[in-house]
Design a protein around this ligand. Structure first.
Ligand code: PLP
Length: 403
């Protein structure tokens, strides 16, 4: 068994938003009052009985929760253990991201905000944000790297159909990191009427904790569903892919302080961890500050952010959230990675063996299963973070290539 410091409560950062050395709120002066309001009010609003009632009613009737926990029989046999899939791919809009955007739109409403901004990489968070803005009748502007706008045309069309304005980020590598910079800049220009819906467990405190709490519905359901199916609430392992880390944080949350549960985080190794084209943040990164918090990030010796690479836009980010940096540093989490090639292979393999076409991000989590040496009695839960519809163009190219 795997041991760690039981005195640490991994679920709650300090009052200033620190998990160990990581977290905090490193923000420009202009955002101070906005972030301070969020910081002093988010817990109170989230704990309010009416808020909880509305949040859970929408999760049930709009998102389609609880999502199933599915025993993957053929995959279990192949790997030689017991594998359960938490089906976040069945959420409305196709991934876990909507759990968080539903929570944040209700919060923005309570704070009296009239306008929503967001950043997006693959467009999944942008679609989830545009969706809830349509649901609540709020103005929505989504910042997206110019390169991602080209790569992810169907999601751009979806956001526009949902009434959002999509603004291209034209600086740097024209991808997620640059879109985030643009969104922060826009927020600074209109801090009072605007709420910024961040899509992962990143950004200044209280975002990492707030997003983790909204996503924690995933592990709350896993505990109950596993109890029904196996008689125990505790799996031996929970496996999830990590971009910023929100599906992993949600899947880990109610197991963070459970000594016996091994938490396995899978990063994107791109063309290979040391290929110079990778997004394996914990393997390559060092402590630093990005997008408002201190965490581990990929950087040069003089602190310039290194451009990451992953075949999946959702994992193509040079950092991870501060909770994950702490899980890594304190050895509470097991961090590993899968390459572009392995993820592609597993996207096809899962489709063939279980009849489920996963998102490319999610396929990374599956790719590590054969390397884990599970016991036949282990109970392994894999967070199936999203479905593969958005990645069909990549899958079609891969099939052409195979022929
Ligand atoms: C966005 C996305 C991810 C990566 O984001 P996290 O915050 O790390 O969860 C993973 N899977 C899918 C399907 C996504 O859309």
């Amino acid at each position: 068994m795997h041991s760690f410091n039981k005195a640490i409560n991994y679920q709650a950062p300090s009052a200033e938003g620190y998990y160990g050395d990581f977290g905090g709120a490193y923000i420009p002066e202009m955002l101070y009052s906005n972030v301070e309001t969020l910081k002093t009010q988010y817990l109170q609003i989230m704990k309010d009985a009416d808020f909880q009632k509305e949040f859970h009613a929408l999760l049930k009737d709009y998102v389609g929760r609880p999502t199933p926990l599915f025993y993957a029989e053929r995959l279990s046999k192949e790997i030689g253990t017991n594998i359960y899939l938490k089906r976040e791919d069945l959420c409305h809009t196709g991934a876990h991201k909507i759990n968080n955007t539903i929570g944040q739109i209700l919060l923005a409403d309570k704070l009296g905000k009239k306008k929503i901004i967001a950043e997006t990489g693959a467009g999944q968070h942008g679609v989830a944000t545009a969706t809830v803005c349509a649901l609540k009748g709020l103005e929505c502007v989504v910042y997206m790297g110019e390169k991602d706008i080209e790569r992810q045309a169907p999601n751009v069309a979806r956001m526009k159909m949902l009434g959002a304005k999509v603004v291209p980020a034209t600086s740097g590598s024209k991808t997620l990191k640059d879109a985030t910079n643009e969104a922060i800049r826009a927020w600074i220009n209109e801090p009072n009427e605007t709420h910024y819906i961040i899509g992962s467990v990143v950004g200044p405190h209280p975002y990492p904790d707030m997003v983790a709490r909204f996503q924690s519905v995933i592990s709350d359901e896993i505990r109950k569903q596993l109890k029904d199916k196996t008689g125990t609430e505790l799996p031996t392992h929970v496996v999830a892919c990590v971009g910023g880390g929100s599906n992993a944080a949600g899947a880990f949350y109610h197991f963070l302080n459970e000594q016996t549960v091994e938490l396995v985080a899978v990063e994107a190794a791109g063309r290979g961890v040391y290929s110079g084209m990778s997004a394996a943040t914990t393997q390559l990164g060092k402590p630093g500050i990005l997008h408002g918090s201190k965490s581990i990030l990929m950087q040069t010796a003089d602190g310039q952010v290194v451009e990451p690479h992953s075949i999946s836009a959702g994992l193509d980010y040079p950092g991870i959230g501060p909770l994950h940096a702490f899980l890594y540093e304190s050895k509470r989490g097991t961090f590993t990675s899968a390459t572009d090639e392995e993820a592609l292979q597993w996207a096809f393999h899962l489709s063939e063996i279980e009849g489920i076409i996963p998102a490319l991000e999610t396929a990374h989590a599956f790719a590590i299963l054969p390397k884990m040496n599970f016991k036949p009695t282990d109970i392994v839960v894999v967070c199936l973070s999203g479905r593969g519809d958005k990645d069909l163009a990549t899958y079609m190219q891969a099939m052409d290539f195979k022929k």
